[in-house]
Design a protein around this ligand. Structure first.
Ligand code: UDX
Length: 441
């Protein structure tokens, strides 16, 4: 919404939330406590906040006066009842829809922005009909931005998708995007195609990562090198070179949830083979996450008791403080379970966030322990191993001479992202392992 306000000075945008504290943080003028860390967001926000972008909790007033309402609420995986662990929990969408039905006045376009299973628009329409039915037109306008590059993705999207049955409403929303997106990049579809395209795009992206991670494991066994294989296959224009980096498994709030959702939908329509096909992408990812901890443990002859391990990076990828579904959670829980003492460093994730995530896995707690370290140099002090988990830029440029000096011997470096200079680490007396390559020969 900040980017939209920035690109469309003539449109008045009100961001409404029921959480007063969250709204206060958005309104805090010094930007020191924004609910989200996203490169470039502060600059955009500073230009538009208080001008054509306002944050408020006054639902009744803002819904009542809006021509268009964007629904951007959470759709986590349902953790209760029918479809638990697979289907999307639509309770937030439902309550937001009920609020629109209660407060909406006059003709209003309701835009689904949250990622929703196919045919949610139908459910939405049913709820809204309980108000003054025909006054609402429903559009699906899923978002394809990725965290960490959200501002650039929004300012210059590959495409914008607007799905709807009422072409007039579709064009109304398209005309907003036309303020900064070329018309040929604004795709108009029916509402169901728009809903399904979002799930499919994420499933295809996730599938690419599971594919490359499966080959990375094969490289380690066979003497092939994933960097070379990646280059060889990426040069085929039909495959393309982006999104082919092997790693500790994908994380983030979308991929797992959306594939579960897609598989659930396929099951619902009786397409078991389709559901199983997509679930296998998730199974491979779980195996990949688990594999990283196993490798660390194996290098220490299966016992990590009394070993100090520095974990570099806790967010699910670089340039975000988001830890949802981060592969670091699985790795840390497993290593603690094996008795290791972890020192966890991340340039953006806070200590309380790390604690919150690891607390969820408390059942794993046994002999090991963990602590947060703000300083990288303290995290590696006396460590038996360093595990690079997130592709933060600063981990690409580590000073291995200094780090090696502080570590125990034998000291190991595990690079689960293939980003750090392992030759330098090895030259300073450390043993090394890299995803898709294995031990340094
Ligand atoms: C994703 C989609 O990219 C975006 O279009 C959608 O709107 C939301 O979901 P996001 O979850 O922010 O975005 O992150 P993304 O950049 O896709 O990365 C997801 C995970 O895959 C991360 O854990 C990342 O480290 C991993 N990844 C990505 C790899 O392991 N290798 C790659 O080559 C790319």
């Amino acid at each position: 919404m900040a980017v939209m306000a920035d690109q469309c000075p003539g449109i008045n945008i009100k961001v409404v939330d029921i959480d007063q504290k969250r709204i206060d943080r958005w309104n805090n003028l010094d930007n020191s406590d924004l609910p989200v860390y996203e490169p470039g967001l502060e600059e955009v926000l500073t230009r538009v906040r208080g001008k054509n972008l306002t944050f408020t909790t006054d639902l009744e007033r803002e819904i009542g006066s809006a021509d268009m309402v964007f629904l951007s609420v959470n759709t986590p995986t349902k953790n209760y009842g029918y479809g638990a662990g697979q289907a999307a929990d639509l309770s937030y969408i439902e309550s937001a829809a009920r609020q629109i039905a209660e407060y909406g006045k006059g003709q209003t376009i309701v835009v689904e922005r949250s990622t929703l299973p196919v045919r949610t628009a139908e459910a939405l329409q049913t709820i809204l009909k309980q108000g003054n039915g025909d006054q609402y037109k429903i559009l699906s306008n899923p978002e394809f931005m990725a965290e960490g590059t959200a501002i650039a993705d929004l300012q210059n999207p590959d495409r914008v998708l607007v799905g709807g049955q009422c072409s007039e409403s579709v064009e109304e929303l398209a005309s907003i995007y036309r303020n900064w997106v070329p018309n040929n990049r604004i795709l108009r579809t029916n509402v169901w195609s728009a809903e399904l395209s979002k799930l499919t795009a994420n499933a295809f992206l996730a599938q690419r990562i599971s594919s490359i991670n499966s080959i990375a494991a094969l490289c380690e066994k066979s003497g092939a090198n994933i960097t070379e294989v990646k280059q060889a296959i990426g040069a085929d224009t039909r495959i393309g070179s982006s999104f082919l980096n092997p790693g500790p498994g994908f994380g983030g709030s979308c991929f797992k949830k959306d594939i579960l959702n897609l598989a659930y939908l396929a099951d619902h329509f009786g397409l078991m083979e389709v559901a199983n096909y997509w679930r296998s992408v998730l199974e491979l990812n779980e195996w990949t996450q688990h594999r990283m901890a196993q490798i660390v443990s194996q290098k220490f002859y299966g016992t990590l008791r009394g070993k100090k391990i520095a974990v570099l990076g806790f967010s699910f990828k670089a340039n975000t403080n988001d830890t949802r579904e981060s592969p670091a959670i699985e790795l840390c829980s497993k290593l603690i379970q094996e008795g290791a003492h972890l020192c966890i460093h991340d340039p953006r994730v806070t200590e309380s966030e790390i604690k919150r995530e690891l607390r969820k896995n408390e059942r794993h707690r046994s002999f090991g322990s963990y602590q947060y370290e703000q300083e990288l140099n303290s995290a590696v002090e006396d460590a038996h191993a360093v595990v690079v988990m997130t592709d933060w830029d600063e981990y690409r440029r580590l000073d291995w001479a200094t780090i090696a000096n502080k570590m125990q011997r034998p000291g190991w470096v595990f690079d689960t992202r293939g980003i750090t200079n392992l030759r330098e680490a090895a030259a300073n007396g450390l043993e090394t392992w890299e995803v898709g390559c294995g031990d340094l020969q």
